[in-house]
Every structure is written in structure tokens, then in C-alpha cells.
Design a protein around this ligand. Structure first.
Ligand SMILES: [Zn+2]
Length: 139
């Protein structure tokens, strides 16, 4: 039936116009923080593991976390130590924020991106769809 055919085509077109995104659809899982308190410090014990999973430099990830948590800290052997007590919930929120801002592609939602710096501007370049968006630089 011609009508049905057209209708299906319309649906297909409508689907194409929808953004395919969201972290859930791309089957990319945002890693959860494993942490513990030590006195007045918070230690993320899988810090290195998370940055490897996100394919981001530990130092970049650390700078982001320090800025977000408004505290000081440092990376150790695979871990990161932050001054102050930070709940796992708030740490996980920051990781999610980092992933959305610096890892997932704005266009296609895939995590196959890399950060490149050009003329002082940082871009998130997507290997899956080729799109490039500027992101804030964290110093
Ligand atoms: Zn993309």
C-alpha cells in the first residue's frame, strides 16, 4: 500500500531527526567512585581506573575535580586524595559532569572522543561522527 509505505518513510525520517544521544543508549557506563575517608581527607581509590576508562589524562581529571570540589588534593599511585570530606554521591555527580562535558560527544553521544588544543582553545573531537566542539579549558 502506497500510503503505508509513505507513512513508514515519514517515521524513518522523523527518527533520523531525533538526537540519538543519551549516555544510556550508547551503553557507556559512567564509572562509580570508590572512596573512603581518612581523617579530614577523602581518597578516591579507583581514580586512575576512572581516568583510564574515560581515556582522559589523570591530571586533567584531577584539575576538574579540584575546581569542582573547591579544594586541594593530589594524585598518588592510582588514587587521588582530596582535602575535606566529600560524599560518594557528590563525587559521582562530579564524575558525571566531567563525562558529559569532556567525554561524551555533543552530537552523537558516543564516548569516542579526544581532547585537542588548538591556538589555546580546547576542543572535544569525536572519532565516531567527526564533530568538534569547544570545551572550557581547565588550568
Ligand atoms: Zn560524535
Amino acid at each position: 500500500m502506497a500510503w503505508k509505505h509513505t507513512y513508514e518513510d515519514m517515521l524513518k525520517k522523523a527518527y533520523k531527526l531525533l538526537p540519538k544521544v543519551t549516555a544510556k543508549d550508547s551503553r557507556f557506563e559512567i564509572p562509580k567512585v570508590h572512596g573512603r575517608l581518612q581523617g579530614n581527607k577523602t581518597i578516591i581509590t579507583n581514580f586512575n581506573q576512572i581516568s583510564n576508562h574515560l581515556r582522559r589524562e589523570e591530571s586533567h581529571f584531577l584539575k576538574f575535580m579540584l575546581r569542582e570540589l573547591a579544594t586541594t588534593g593530589e594524585v598518588g599511585s592510582g588514587t587521588a586524595t582530596f582535602m575535606g570530606k566529600h560524599s560518594p554521591a557528590s563525587l559521582n555527580l562530579k564524575v558525571e559532569k566531567y563525562v558529559k562535558e569532556f567525554v561524551l560527544c555533543k552530537q552523537c553521544g558516543k564516548p569516542d572522543t579526544e581532547l585537542i588544543v588548538e591556538k589555546g582553545t580546547t576542543f572535544k573531537r569525536c572519532e565516531a561522527c567527526g564533530s568538534r566542539t569547544s570545551v572550557r579549558s581547565i588550568k
